[in-house]
Design a protein around this ligand. Sequence first.
Ligand SMILES: Cc1cc2nc3c(=O)[nH]c(=O)nc-3n(C[C@H](O)[C@H](O)[C@H](O)COP(=O)(O)OP(=O)(O)OC[C@H]3O[C@@H](n4cnc5c(N)ncnc54)[C@H](O)[C@@H]3O)c2cc1C
Length: 469
Amino acid sequence: MARRVSEDLIRLLSRDKVIDDPDIVRLYAREPSGISSEALAVVFPENVRDVSKIASYAYKNNVPVYPQGSTTDLVGGAVPEPSGIIVSFERMNKIVNVNILDSTVDVEVGVRLGDLNVELAKHGYMFPIDPASVNIATVGGAINSGAGGLRGAKYGTMRDWVLRLTIVLPDETGTIMNVGCRTTKCRQGYDLVRLIVGSEGTLALVAEATLKIAPLPETMATALAFFPTLENLFEAYREIKSSGVQPLIMEFMDHETAKLAGEASKSPINVEGHMLLVSVDCNFEAVERIESWLRGVMEKNGAVKVYTSKTIEGAEPLFTIRRSLFPAQVAIASELYPGRKKIVFMDDIAVPPSKILEAVKVIKSVSEEKGLKVSIGGHIGDGNLHPSVAFPLDDDTIKKKVLEWEFEISKIAVELGGTVSAEHGIGLRKKEFLRMEMEKLGSVKALEIMKGVKKIFDPKGILNPGKVV
Ligand SMILES: Cc1cc2nc3c(=O)[nH]c(=O)nc-3n(C[C@H](O)[C@H](O)[C@H](O)COP(=O)(O)OP(=O)(O)OC[C@H]3O[C@@H](n4cnc5c(N)ncnc54)[C@H](O)[C@@H]3O)c2cc1C
């Protein structure tokens, strides 16, 4: 089967657009959390017509297709299960047009968010959605996973920043369609753009996008503070959130996670407690006042140590520890299960900001009850937490415990008025959780509607099958 499909694809596209060496294909069939699978071949479209040919071939031959950016979504969203064709967008990586007057950028979706920001910075602009994986994550992956990031406290998630899409449908002809407008105001009937954003590659292959962009801040006041107790930290959080100042970034890490992240990143900063990192974007005239206000709030609420900065460049070293959240979580797993293959489960829930302290405390106590070592960090400015635990692949008892833990954590999020997935998506891992959330909301019917929508876009169910619903 793999042989026939790859020969067909080579005839359809060209030899250099297809990889069928099983060892390389396997590298594309896995993601950083450890979830992996097998695929028939990887194809590399170079334009929307290539994408259309692949979609039409898959439809006519009933072969599953798996669109893929950099495979970092951590929920198995781009993992080919069951086997099929991986469509890697890595060669569709052009920044087509930056339009400052319109505040938009046209891109092919394989462009990495980090590279996009390097280009936009030349114009004094940025694309505000910045997952911690920004240097590797692609625009297409971010659109389809509905990504957020560190600046989510102020700028929200991808659904607030995508104006227009060129999509390809898995049908007889591989229909190419443009949805959305180049204008911010756009009433084009039902909002198909927002339906595609966060659809995790289950409705259409996204080939091109028009994104909104924002001016780079003039400068930024940043404070990195360490607190002896969670209560102290959340008092500072509450005071900042209630002050009328809109932070650009508000990040949290528990003491032990911050310590390991500090070690993993070789940061010279001494981690002395639970970590709160806050940045407020502002102009030069205001920065001194805001920096001293941030320091004051942190100290008044018991911070044992506060580091501050009045510039964007000066803040960079203060971000090092936060940027190492995932390596720290991997380090915890390696300490617990040395020399064993393991899966690191970085969860992704959101609760209303007013419930953050309660959520962190309950997550810690549930983890303790189950005898699991939890590490917690996240974008708390918008109530998004990433608690993480790990299990060794050779121990089914711990694996079972971890799966129960994850379900329980998700239930807690929903009970506190939140959701089972904030920014990583549902993927392979969270389908049951989504059902639980909709049941708790008395809205199981919504799942039927979602399945109906999927059928309209993808009548044969060949596009990223088994994900979301
Ligand atoms: C260390 C680390 C830190 C992270 N931090 C954050 C964070 O702060 N915020 C956050 O939101 N996420 C975060 N993530 C998750 C992830 O990196 C982001 O969601 C990212 O945007 C995914 O991009 P990607 O290119 O890797 O997408 P992939 O993982 O390749 O794909 C994601 C989903 O989109 C689909 N897809 C990809 N491209 C297309 C396309 N062209 N057409 C149709 N469907 C497509 C895939 O099938 C999959 O379902 C983090 C991950 C890691 C490993």
